[in-house]
Design a protein around this ligand. Structure first.
Ligand SMILES: Nc1ncnc2c1ncn2[C@@H]1O[C@H](COP(=O)(O)OP(=O)(O)OP(=O)(O)O)[C@@H](O)[C@H]1O
Ligand SMILES: [Mg+2]
Length: 335
C-alpha cells in the first residue's frame, strides 16, 4: 500500500441558514487516498459534493460550520485549525482547490502572472519576481500553455486555456491533494479531455501527489480516476475502483446514475435508465434509515425503519444498503 496522502474520518459539517436552520450537507464521510492516486466523487446536484470539497480544506466560514471528524493530510490533522493557520499552512501546499466555475472567477483586470505572484507570496514573501516568473514558465510549459499567457488577461484566453491556467495557478505550490470541483463541465468535449489529461500528467510528474475529481457525471470518471465514490444526501452510498463502480455497481443509486453510457472499448451499455425518478431528500431533515429508500424500486419498509450500515468488502469496496451482495446480484440478474 502506498503512503496515505489524505485520510478523512467520519467528517460532519453543516450550513446554518439565516433562519438558523441546519443543513447537514456532509454527514459522516470517511475516505482515504494514497500517493499517486485519484478519487472521483459523483452524485446528483445537491448531494453535497462541493460542500465536501470546501469542508476538506478545513477553511470554514459562515454559513459553513465544522461539526466533527478528522481530516489528516500526509499525517497532519488539520481539522479544528484556525482559518488563518489554514490559509498560511494548508491551502496551496497541503491542499489546493479549484472551485466550481473557477475559470469565470479570474479577476479580468489582472495579468495572469500576478495571480501566481499572489499565491506564491502567501507562502514565500521573499521570492523574487524573476524566480516566480521562471517557476510559472516551467509549469505553464508542462500544461501546454505558451509563456506569453503569463502577460495576458483572462478575457484574452479561450475556455480551455483559461481552465488550464486555473489549474496551473492552483497547483503552483505542488500540493499533496488537489481537489477539482467540476473542472471540465463548462468545456466542450475536446477541451474537457485535454484538461483531464493535464491534471493526470501533473500527478504522474509528481507536481501534485493525489487528486479528488468532482463531477455529477459518473461515467466521465471511468477514464480519469482510480477509485470512485458516490454521494447521496450528504453520505457515501458506495465506493470502489472505477471499473467496479461503472461496470458492476451494487448500490441501486449507483446503478441508476450509470444510466445509459458509452465506454469506448466496451460499447453502449444496455441499461436504459437515464434519470432516477424522484428528488433527493431535504437535508434540513434527513430521513431516518436509508436516504434513498423513497426512490429505490427495491426498497422494503425495513429500509426506512433502521440505520443502514456500510458493508465493507475485503478489497476495500463498500456500499450502504440492507441487501446482501448476493441478493443485489440476484435482483439485478432477474430484471
Ligand atoms: N450556502 C448555503 N447555505 C445553506 N445551504 C446550502 C448552501 N450551499 C449549499 N447548500 C445546501 O447543501 C446541500 C449540498 O450542496 P452542494 O452545493 O454541496 O451540492 P453539490 O453536490 O455540489 O451540487 P451540484 O452538483 O449542483 O454542484 C444542498 O442541499 C444545498 O441546498
Ligand atoms: Mg457542486
Amino acid at each position: 500500500m502506498g503512503k496515505v496522502m489524505l485520510e478523512v474520518k467520519n467528517l460532519k459539517t453543516k450550513y446554518v441558514t439565516r433562519l438558523r436552520e441546519d443543513v447537514y450537507a456532509v454527514d459522516g464521510v470517511s475516505l482515504k487516498i494514497e500517493e499517486g492516486k485519484s478519487l472521483g466523487v459523483a452524485g446528483e446536484s445537491g448531494c453535497g459534493k462541493s460542500t465536501l470539497a470546501l469542508s476538506l480544506m478545513g477553511y470554514y466560514f459562515p454559513p459553513l460550520h465544522y461539526m466533527s471528524g478528522d481530516i489528516i493530510v500526509d499525517g497532519k490533522n488539520i481539522s479544528g485549525m484556525k482559518p488563518d493557520d489554514v490559509r498560511r499552512n494548508v491551502l496551496g501546499t497541503e491542499i489546493a482547490y479549484i472551485p466550481q466555475a473557477a475559470m469565470n472567477a479570474l479577476n479580468p483586470t489582472q495579468k495572469i502572472i500576478r495571480f501566481i505572484e499572489d499565491v506564491i507570496h502567501v507562502h514565500d514573501p521573499g521570492m523574487s519576481k524573476k524566480d516566480v516568473y521562471d517557476l510559472a514558465k516551467e509549469r505553464f510549459g508542462i500544461l501546454g500553455l505558451p509563456e506569453e499567457v503569463l502577460q495576458k488577461h483572462a478575457v484574452e484566453l479561450s475556455g480551455g486555456m483559461k481552465q488550464r491556467t486555473v489549474i496551473a495557478i492552483s497547483t503552483i505550490l505542488s500540493p499533496k491533494v488537489l481537489i477539482a470541483d467540476e473542472p471540465s463541465s463548462a468545456l466542450d468535449v475536446t477541451s474537457q479531455k485535454m484538461v483531464i489529461k493535464m491534471m493526470r500528467d501533473l500527478m504522474d510528474k509528481g507536481y501534485i501527489k493525489s487528486m479528488i475529481f468532482i463531477t455529477h457525471e459518473l461515467p466521465l470518471l471511468y477514464n480519469v480516476t482510480d477509485d470512485i465514490m458516490v454521494m447521496y444526501a450528504g453520505q457515501i452510498v458506495e465506493k470502489g475502483s472505477a471499473r467496479e463502480m461503472v461496470f458492476d455497481p451494487l448500490h441501486p443509486y449507483t446503478k441508476g446514475l450509470m444510466g445509459s453510457i458509452i465506454v469506448p472499448e466496451e460499447g453502449v451499455r444496455e441499461n436504459k435508465l437515464t434519470a432516477i425518478p424522484g428528488t433527493p431528500p431535504n437535508l434540513k431533515h434527513p430521513p431516518k434509515g436509508c436516504r434513498f429508500a423513497d426512490r429505490c424500486k427495491y426498497a422494503t419498509p425495513t429500509c426506512s425503519g433502521m440505520e443502514v450500515p456500510t458493508i465493507e468488502m475485503p478489497n476495500g469496496r463498500e456500499y450502504r444498503c440492507l441487501m446482501s451482495e448476493r441478493k443485489i446480484r440476484e435482483v439485478y440478474e432477474n430484471e
